[in-house]
Each structure stands twice: as structure tokens, then as C-alpha cells.
Design a protein around this ligand. Structure first.
Ligand code: NAD
Length: 245
């Protein structure tokens, strides 16, 4: 991965930051796109200092075709060929289907699914031209098995899985691989806020009896992104302590 250039959407914090750090620790330069501009810049600066790689952070809304196109061109001008794209940016707006507001359905689909489409299209175009590249999409186990209260989110993540397989088929002949990670329950600031009772209920459905760590997701991304997976495309890997099998 030494000297490769990787774009990570939603890479300013949390699991996205862990992914950026993992790729940088393997020698990749990282380009962080996030709506949180200050956090993206601060994370990029810290990564550059810690790992001695080139890193940049900028404000990019993945739902804007113009913004993504401009950012992809700027990244190529500044860094050269883009070798890796990790589509991580995503949100939740949970509610039971019966009560779900139309705007919450639309927003989740827009960021989680259309955002992946736009980044794949704009960055994938460069990759196909260069005849090399690896795209890793972050789906979720709920895109495979569904989850009460997450109709919008699980539909968006099931969509990401379909998009992953289709883009893998379209790009394979151009030397570009596309795979997806489906994380289960991962320990983040969000899950830290849950009550002990809820955490216990969630842990009870995980055969390995514990939440995953951001680094567990990052290691799986690093496998798909690098040459160790050079004959692997169109796959969905659950990183979930055995929840889906
Ligand atoms: N936390 C988990 O247990 C878990 C499990 C499965 C999947 N995931 C997936 O991980 C991703 C993020 O989850 P998280 O809980 O770590 O959230 P998070 O809020 O920590 O990270 C999401 C990042 O995406 C950014 N973002 C949001 N909208 C954006 C936009 N329009 N354009 C660019 N960036 C944008 C946010 O600013 C944030 O930095 C999602 O794709 C989610 O589906 C998380």
C-alpha cells in the first residue's frame, strides 16, 4: 500500500478515522472527505504527522454531484492516481416504518446510497481510465438481515450491496475491484451512549459475545483495499462477531 492514494468519505472521526489511520499505517496517503471540515482537516494533519504520509481533509458533501466531481479532480491534481476509495459516510434516522417521516427516508437514502453512487461514478471514472483501483463500500449487517426501526437505513445498506456487486461486474474488466464490508455492532461514541440494558440485549445476539472495535472494520477494509485481495471482487464481508452466518 506504500505510496498509494486513498480517499475516505466520512473519514473525519470514528470508524472512518480508524480506517484512514490503518491505511496510513500501511504507507498510503489519505484524502478525507467529510461535511465536518474542521474535523477532517485536524484528523488529516494528525495522520500526516503520525505516519509520515501525505494527508488532506476537505469539506465534501457526498450527495452533491458537483462537489464530488470537483473534489475528485482536485484530489487527482494534488495526489496523482487515486488507488483506493472507501465509501464510509453514512447516517441513521431510526423510527418504526409506520411512523417514519418521508424526509428521514429521503435523507438516509440520499447520503447512504446516492452518495456511494456519486463517489463511485466520479472516482471510478478515473480508476477505470488508469485501469487500476479498489473501492470498498461500508454496508451493514442490517442490509443483509433487516432490523426493526431501520427501514430507511437497512434499505440503503441493502442498496449499497446491490451497487457493490453491479459496479464490481462493470469495472472488473478495467482492473478495478469493488467489495463491501458489513459491520455488525461496533463500539463507537454512539454505542457508548446506550444504556447497559440495551448493550446487554445487543450483545446477547452476537455469538462472539462482544461488540467489535473500529480497528476490526479498518483491518477488513485494508484487506480489500490492498493487493492481498487482488483476485477478490463483488464480495460482502460481515465483520460482526458471527451475527450473520
Ligand atoms: N457504528 C456502527 O456500529 C456501524 C455498524 C454498521 C455500519 N456502520 C456504518 O458506518 C458509517 C458511519 O457510522 P458511524 O456510526 O461511525 O457514524 P459517524 O457519524 O461517526 O461517521 C459518519 C461520518 O460521515 C460524515 N457524513 C455524514 N453525512 C455526510 C455527507 N453528506 N457527506 C460527507 N460526509 C458525511 C459524518 O460527518 C461523519 O464523520 C455508516 O456508513 C454506517 O452505516 C456503522
Amino acid at each position: 500500500m506504500q505510496g498509494k492514494n486513498a480517499i475516505i468519505t466520512g473519514g473525519a472521526r470514528g470508524i472512518g478515522e480508524a480506517i484512514a489511520r490503518k491505511l496510513a499505517s500501511c504507507g498510503a496517503n489519505v484524502i478525507l472527505w467529510d461535511v465536518l471540515e474542521d474535523a477532517a482537516k485536524a484528523t488529516a494533519e494528525a495522520i500526516a504527522k503520525e505516519y509520515g504520509v501525505k494527508a488532506s481533509g476537505s469539506a465534501v458533501d457526498v450527495t452533491s454531484a458537483d462537489a464530488v466531481e470537483a473534489a475528485a479532480s482536485a484530489a487527482k491534481d494534488e495526489f496523482g492516481d487515486i488507488d483506493i476509495l472507501v465509501n464510509y459516510a453514512g447516517i441513521t434516522r431510526d423510527n418504526l416504518l409506520i411512523r417514519m417521516k418521508e424526509e428521514d427516508w429521503d435523507l438516509v437514502l440520499k447520503i447512504n446510497l446516492k452518495g456511494v453512487f456519486l463517489c463511485t461514478q466520479k472516482v471510478g471514472r478515473f480508476m477505470c481510465k488508469a485501469r487500476k483501483g479498489s473501492i470498498v463500500n461500508i454496508a451493514s449487517v442490517v442490509g443483509v438481515m433487516g432490523n426493526a426501526g431501520q427501514a430507511n437505513y437497512s434499505a440503503s445498506k441493502a442498496g449499497v450491496i446491490g451497487l457493490t456487486k453491479t459496479s464490481a461486474k462493470e469495472f472488473a474488466g478495467r482492473g478495478v475491484r469493488v467489495n463491501a464490508i458489513a459491520p455488525g455492532y461496533i463500539q463507537t461514541a454512539m454505542t457508548d451512549k446506550l444504556s447497559d440494558e440495551v448493550k446487554e440485549m445487543m450483545t446477547a445476539v452476537i455469538p462472539m459475545n462482544a461488540f467489535g472495535q473500529p480497528e476490526d472494520v479498518a483491518k477488513a477494509v485494508s484487506f480489500f483495499a490492498g493487493d492481498e485481495a487482488k483476485y477478490v471482487t463483488g464480495q460482502v464481508l460481515c465483520v460482526d462477531g458471527g451475527m450473520v452466518m
